[in-house]
Write a protein that binds this ligand. Structure first.
Ligand code: CA
Length: 416
């Protein structure tokens, strides 16, 4: 895709070189005018949809008063950083000693509320507090963007316009219901709100008033926020009394392509294959019958984790595996377990975006379908990597390491 900003810069550069006349506007003013006109036109057609879906005209007018597109949000939406942190560095900061200590203090402080929430929703309090800690540092960082402006900008200019329009209509319903005032409805640039960072549709479906003041206040009420997260997890098929998963040790001879996070076996079947649980714990018969899959977040050189059904419930909250793993490990840390970096391959540097695109292009040229070369290593890319690894006697972990890229380059060059 031709970068929109580059295109705009070229376009404006062209305008600047035109002969200038007295009383004509500068190119920048012309650009602003065009954006404003386009935004006004978008707003008119969007208003029709909002009214059709039950938003009252005066609520719409109130919400859109003084709303202009926020260019910083478009940039944030388009930005795919060149370099990413390795997953173990993300986990190290997610499970920081501050977050563990604060989480433990809050577990004690909110004990009675959490007793009541566990009773009502049967979701483990440590997982709820871990989510609270990761989403907003326990209510410290809620985001300060005007949600209507953020969502309007994304619906107007962003990718996935339909998704953002749906979120914006949900946000207008929240205002119309009176759960929160327009001024108070703030959050992240991508529309995540309050201590639980719910997007508006999630809020409408799952937020609850747990402290009984008649409003679902995930901004200022920890009880409402924690109970809303519990309600959401319960609706995401949370299994009461079960773990999210645990670290496992794989046997020396292991088919790494079965550790793709998708293939399900019962815990007993994995044990029969020689997989061992690192934690010293007795497994009940019910647990041995649970269905589980294995993930290798840093490839075969790093630690392996078994994910149970509750891990998949956390993924519904946020679909990044590293996030769900952070929630699980932080919830364990809140119960006294230590997170250690020593099993992670800290000598490895994650591929840059440019290198990931190159990897995808080379795999495609080798006839393995890595999907569109967009720098995002998703299911297709991992599958193509595994196929390559199996063809060349490498551990088939599907992990895009530097070593792997070197090997792919080598094979690609040797091609006739
Ligand atoms: Ca409330």
């Amino acid at each position: 895709m031709l970068n929109k900003h580059l295109f705009l810069a070229l376009f404006l550069g062209f305008l600047v070189q035109l002969p200038s006349y007295a009383n004509t506007k500068t190119s920048n003013e012309q650009h602003v005018e065009t954006v404003d006109a386009r935004f006004a036109a978008w707003q008119r057609q969007f208003k029709r949809k909002a009214l059709e879906q039950g938003i009252k005209s005066h609520i719409f007018a109130h919400a859109f008063e003084h709303i202009t597109p926020d260019q910083s949000i478009i940039k944030a939406d388009e930005n795919q950083p060149e370099h990413v942190r390795p997953v173990w560095q993300y986990l190290e900061s997610a499970i920081s000693s501050w977050r563990v200590a604060r989480g433990k203090a809050l577990l004690a402080e909110h004990r009675r509320t959490l007793d009541a929430i566990e009773k009502e929703y049967q979701v483990d309090r440590h997982v709820l507090v871990a989510i609270w800690g990761l989403e907003s540092s326990f209510g410290r960082h809620l985001g300060n963007k005007n949600i209507i402006r953020s969502l309007a900008t994304l619906a107007f200019e962003g990718r996935r316009a339909n998704f953002w329009e749906q979120q914006l209509i949900a946000a207008l319903h929240i205002i119309q219901n009176g759960d929160v005032t327009l001024d108070k409805m703030r959050g992240s640039w991508a529309g995540a709100m309050g201590q639980t960072q719910f997007i508006p549709t999630t809020y409408l479906a799952h937020a609850v008033d747990f402290d009984g003041d008649g409003r679902r206040d995930i901004w200022d009420s920890p009880a409402d926020a924690l109970a809303s997260a519990a309600n959401y997890l319960q609706h995401s098929q949370w299994n009461p009394g079960q773990s999210w998963g645990f670290e496992v040790k794989l046997p020396t001879l292991f088919e790494y392509d079965s550790a793709d996070g998708q293939q399900q076996k019962t815990l007993q079947q994995w044990l029969d294959l020689g997989v061992r649980i690192r934690k010293d714990r007795e497994l009940t018969e019910q647990e041995l019958a649970m269905s589980a899959s294995i993930i290798l977040p840093a490839g075969y050189r790093g630690p392996a984790f078994m994910q149970l059904d509750n891990f998949r419930s956390i993924l519904k909250y946020n679909q990044a595996t590293s996030y769900a793993l952070a929630v699980g490990l932080l919830s364990d840390s809140l119960q006294g377990e230590l997170f250690s970096l020593h099993r992670w391959p800290q000598d490895e540097v994650p591929l840059s975006r440019t290198e990931r695109v190159e990897l995808q292009e080379l795999l495609n040229q080798l006839g393995l379908d890595a999907g569109k070369p967009d720098g995002i290593i998703g299911v297709n890319s991992r599958k193509a990597i595994r196929e390559f690894q199996l063809n060349h006697d490498q551990p088939a972990d599907g992990y895009p390491s530097n070593r792997l890229l070197d090997k792919v380059r080598e094979i690609h060059q040797a091609q006739p």
